[in-house]
Design a protein around this ligand. Structure first.
Ligand code: KG4
Ligand code: ZN
Length: 348
């Protein structure tokens, strides 16, 4: 279904982007396209389209890492943002803390051992019977404003692990149990709930959000300390990915960075959630330093093997941050972006 949805809209989406920019393909300098991480069926739709455009108009092509793009788009809006910097990338599928040394060179300080924070927001919204049209996160954030964040005592994940990894599966279960014990019926939409029911849902939303974000705060604080040891010159924490559009997340993380005299950089919400601008911008960054492939042929043969990287880490793991809980799940992972860039620089 996801592949089908991509195939149906890809031509129109590309055309709309060109129309909005009042450009034709002929005026482009290059084509940038995401090759991973993600579902290979969907990645293929994008890569095929990109190669068709690049091939027909004789344009170079740039392969982009989705998570690098979430981090780098911050440099489009904050011109002062130089490497090295620290980045927290929080979305529906990813929860990453990375130290960005340079373009294409990252050290992974932490990641999630199970679910990402956006997934926990989405499930909480669903179980609370909230309007999911804009995805769950914004609905939880809005309802949380009415609630008492101290009323439900959820425990903070992974307190005993002194690293920068994340876990949201346990918090999701705690939320589910709290909802069941208060007899909240997700089939009754919030708009039809009694005022008592509504305030009980709001308390859960606020308490969940507080603890979900406390977990981010603790991990970011440790990551800043690690990052300052490895790269003492860092001045910024970039927070990007869909969940970074949450105002409470921004305010709390701002408090964390102020303690270390760092600056928080959050792209505007429309550039935090998945978007084409971040891919184009990462293309520009790579293009400027000569990292691109020559124009592909106008038509790929039917049996062409596309270079798609569904599981593709951004960088090598920082030794202190290695988690045993994750070591069992490392099968069929592509070599990291950073290791590939390093290898090609050594060859030159
Ligand atoms: O980056 P993104 O658009 O797509 C992925 O790559 O996952 O992130 C989507 C995620 C969803 O889980 C959504 O619920 C969450 O970001 N999100 C939010 C907010 N806006 C989007 N979570 C919390 N508060 C928000 N305001
Ligand atoms: Zn994303």
């Amino acid at each position: 279904m996801a592949e089908e949805a991509h195939s149906q809209v890809i031509d129109q989406v590309v055309q709309d982007a060109l129309d909005k920019a009042s450009l034709t393909e002929r005026e482009l300098s290059a084509v940038a396209v995401t090759i991973g991480p993600g579902l290979s069926l969907c990645l293929r739709v994008g890569v095929q389209k990109a190669r068709r455009v690049a091939g027909s108009f004789n344009l170079p092509i740039i392969s982009v890492h989705h998570m690098e793009a979430h981090a780098l788009v911050a440099r489009l809006i904050e011109k002062e943002l130089q490497f090295p910097f620290l980045a927290l990338l929080i979305s529906g599928g990813h929860n990453l803390l990375v130290l960005a040394h340079d373009l294409g060179h990252y050290t992974q300080l932490g990641t999630t051992i199970d679910d990402a924070i956006g997934e926990a927001f989405d499930k909480t919204a669903k179980w609370l019977g909230l309007d999911m049209r804009k995805s769950g996160g914004p609905a939880v954030e809005q309802l949380a404003q009415e609630g008492d964040a101290e009323s439900v005592r959820f425990s903070i994940p992974m307190k005993q692990h002194k690293d920068c990894n994340f876990s949201y599966a346990g918090l999701k279960t705690q939320v589910k149990l709290a909802i069941a014990s208060r007899n909240i019926d997700a089939k009754v939409p919030l708009s039809c709930a009694s005022s008592l029911d509504r305030s009980s849902r709001a308390d859960i939303a606020a308490s969940f959000q507080r603890v979900a974000v406390l977990h981010l705060e603790e991990r970011c604080e440790r990551a800043v300390e690690w990052a300052l040891k490895i790269e003492p010159s860092i001045k910024h924490l970039v927070v990007s990915g869909g969940v970074a559009s949450n105002q409470y997340v921004r305010a709390r993380l701002d408090q964390v960075v102020q303690k270390y005299s760092l600056q928080l950089v959050c792209p505007p919400p429309n550039l935090c959630t998945d978007n084409g601008v971040m891919i184009a911008w990462t293309g520009i960054e790579n293009f400027r330093v000569g990292r691109y492939d020559p124009p592909p042929p106008a038509n790929d043969p039917d049996d062409f093997m596309y270079d798609l990287r569904p599981r593709w880490p951004l960088g090598e793991e920082y030794a202190e941050g290695r988690s045993e809980a994750r070591s069992l799940r490392r099968a069929r992972v592509h070599p990291s972006l950073s290791s590939l860039v390093q290898a090609s620089l050594q060859q030159q």
